[in-house]
Design a binder for this molecule. Structure first.
Ligand code: ZN
Length: 390
């Protein structure tokens, strides 16, 4: 199914623009008309991170006339392994501003609009409204549902991508012509079940594979060429080097784009998705210690078992001295080996997974178990600053 062009063509291209875009202009399916449509297009990219970096750079190079960038984060050294729109001199500066500098360097004919604020249900409709198409490069579920719902309510196409380790996915959601994100994923995963890239890692170059698919789909929609990735989920496996397409159907029962929608306005997406499960919140209440308190327990020679619930690769990067590694998923199988006669202290990278593991221990009768707020990251920031933070 080919759709009509999303954007009307601009009046003309300057001589400089004709020179710059000559390799596009000689493609019959793009040509002058298609390039003028790109010039007139307004694309919003959410997140100037892993997917947003290649997406913004190629959208700019392609001559998309207006690029909106939503990001309120600053550039960190650990971003540079994949977020190629930023460089060493951008560390500690806002990502949106760093991305704007790179876009200007690639193509000065692009107008950049910065949105340096957290997108939420109070501002999303207003931020998205002026744009023709939305590209999502974020990796949290609350933002995905928020952007999906805002796009459905505004009738805009939503070009989505997701990455983790060696696996990537991409699709185009557009309720007027096919399914939306909720048709594919009606419910968010239980909090703590799906690790983020910060917890599980991502191969840097995977961002280019998926980000370039998103730009490709955006260009096709703007110019009305080819078959959009609408009603199809592209699944990419970088280790097997395999691309597969899976059909996604519009769900007549979909909460927002179905026959009887129950979601008719934006909701509280943090609450909808949760960040920590109720069980973990309950387990951690009154059973949370700080990194400094843990250091004091060690200094005082207290007898306790310190358990690191992260994955072996993370343990290899940095750990708290004296810790025993039992990854969170292995804890149920190791319950019988844990001591009943002394306290158990759990930690992870930031305190989310250890709270989940704490709920498992409490449920198995280890009433005095605690976990470390902020995990090994807090330890490296507060107790031993010589340790790396990853
Ligand atoms: Zn739907």
């Amino acid at each position: 199914m080919t759709l009509p062009p999303l954007v009307e063509p601009a009046a003309d291209l300057s001589v400089d623009e004709i020179r710059r875009y000559s390799r596009h202009l000689i493609i019959p399916d793009v040509a002058m008309d298609g390039q003028k449509r790109l010039k007139n297009a307004k694309v919003l990219v959410i997140g100037a991170g892993g997917l947003g970096s290649p997406a913004l750079m190629y959208l700019a190079a392609a001559g998309v006339g207006t690029l909106g960038i939503v990001d309120f984060d600053v550039v960190d050294e650990s971003n540079l392994q994949r977020q190629i729109i930023h460089g060493v001199s951008d560390i500690d500066t806002p990502k949106a501003e760093s991305a704007q500098r790179s876009v200007a360097e690639i193509n000065p004919y692009v107008q950049v609009v910065l949105h340096q604020e957290r997108l939420d249900s109070s501002n999303a409709l207003e931020v998205l409204a002026p744009y023709d198409l939305i590209i999502d490069g974020t990796d949290n579920f609350a933002t995905r549902y928020l952007v999906n719902d805002a796009c459905v309510l505004l009738g805009k196409p939503y070009v989505w991508g997701s990455i983790y380790r060696f696996d990537g996915q991409a699709s185009v959601f557009w309720a007027e012509h096919g399914p939306c994100y909720r048709c594919l994923y009606p419910d968010p995963p239980p909090p703590g079940m799906v690790p983020s890239c910060a917890e599980g890692g991502v191969l840097g170059v995977l961002c280019a594979s998926i980000g370039s698919i998103q730009v490709n789909e955006a260009i096709k929609l703007i110019d009305g060429i080819g078959e959009p990735l609408l009603g199809e989920l592209m699944v990419y496996d970088a280790l097997d080097m395999e691309y597969r397409k899976i059909k996604v159907r519009k769900d007549p029962e979909c909460a927002i784009c179905g026959k009887n929608p129950t979601v008719t306005e934006l909701i509280d997406y943090e609450e909808f998705c949760g960040t920590v499960s109720d069980a973990a919140v309950q387990a951690a209440a009154g059973s949370t210690i700080t990194a400094s308190e843990l250091a004091a327990m060690q200094k005082d020679g207290k007898d306790f078992l310190l358990v690191d619930v992260r994955e072996p690769a993370e343990f290899e990067i940095v750990s708290i001295p004296g810790a025993t590694l039992i990854p969170k998923g292995d804890i149920p199988a190791h319950l019988s080996e844990l001591p009943q006669d002394k306290p158990i202290v759990l930690y992870c990278k930031t305190g989310i997974r250890s709270a989940e593991a704490l709920a498992t221990l409490k449920g198995a009768g280890f009433a005095s178990a605690t976990h470390v707020q902020g995990g090994v990251t807090a330890w490296a920031n507060q107790v031993d600053k010589s340790l790396p933070v990853y």
